[in-house]
Design a protein around this ligand. Structure first.
Ligand SMILES: [Zn+2]
Length: 250
């Protein structure tokens, strides 16, 4: 079936460097403004880690924002963009509708699920076809990025406490948050499966954004934290012609 078969795999390896200090909070949603001290996310060694899913989310938003430029209208499709009235659009995949439409094709279960998968794919925008949506698996996986150094010296910054009820700055309230210092290095490993031409172009855009240090991760981005850069990148293409060689199974 079209959507399961191995056609090709693109692997991009490299190094992520923190150009600015990072604060990727250990608690979901970043910094809790009321919490006294906000630690960064760490792996089992106590070293900092950048979750692949966080970076993927940032990259997706960035690609969507770029494609929202009218220059791309009619050539590229993208959902989840807020319009000038602040309303969000989405691919709105309604599995119930699609399943009903396909209920007539009762030939075989396999045929029906194939037809459903095809319709979801057809109804999805260019961004969803790469990053996935409620009905469509992502073609892109980014592994959690582990710190490659031997030792780390976390730093601490002070922030102003926010009153949870009023949203105003608490009088004199201070909380600390931990940061990973600038210069920290992480390994980077991205796998993309069965990319079509347009998706390969979006992947190139993703790599360009990372290389040009246009991406920031974690919290306190508005205060200048979180900027990262991809360096030493290497792209590996695996397809039917070289897969045996790649795995040493010639
Ligand atoms: Zn979409």
């Amino acid at each position: 079936m079209l959507f399961d078969r191995f056609e090709s795999r693109t692997i991009i390896k490299g190094k992520i460097i923190a150009l600015k200090p990072l604060h990727i909070g250990a608690s979901e949603g970043g910094i809790d403004p009321v919490q006294v001290d906000s630690p960064v996310l760490k792996d089992w060694r106590g070293m900092p880690v950048i979750p692949g899913s966080s970076l993927k989310g940032v990259l997706r938003s960035r690609v969507e924002a770029i494609l929202s430029n009218p220059a791309f209208a009619g050539k590229w499709t993208s959902c989840n963009i807020l319009d000038d009235k602040g309303r969000g659009t989405s691919c709105n995949i309604d599995l119930k509708d699609i399943k009903n439409e396909n209920a007539k094709a009762r030939d075989s279960l396999e045929k029906i699920s194939e037809a459903i998968a095809k319709q979801i794919y057809d109804k999805s925008c260019d961004v969803c076809r790469l990053f996935g949506n409620g009905g469509l698996a992502s073609k892109l996986q980014i592994k959690d990025m582990n710190y490659t150094g031997e030792k780390i010296k976390y730093e601490r910054r002070d922030g102003v406490g926010i009153d949870r009820d009023t949203g105003a700055a608490k009088n004199g309230a201070k909380y600390g948050f931990q940061i990973v210092p600038a210069g920290a290095e992480f390994d980077f490993y991205l796998v993309a499966e069965n990319l079509e031409e347009k998706q390969a172009k979006l992947l190139n855009l993703v790599v360009k954004l990372l290389k040009d240090s246009e991406i920031s991760v974690g919290g306190k981005v508005s205060r200048g934290l979180g900027q990262i850069q991809l360096t030493n990148e290497e792209a590996i293409e695996i397809n039917r012609h070289n897969i045996a060689k790649y795995y040493g199974l010639e």
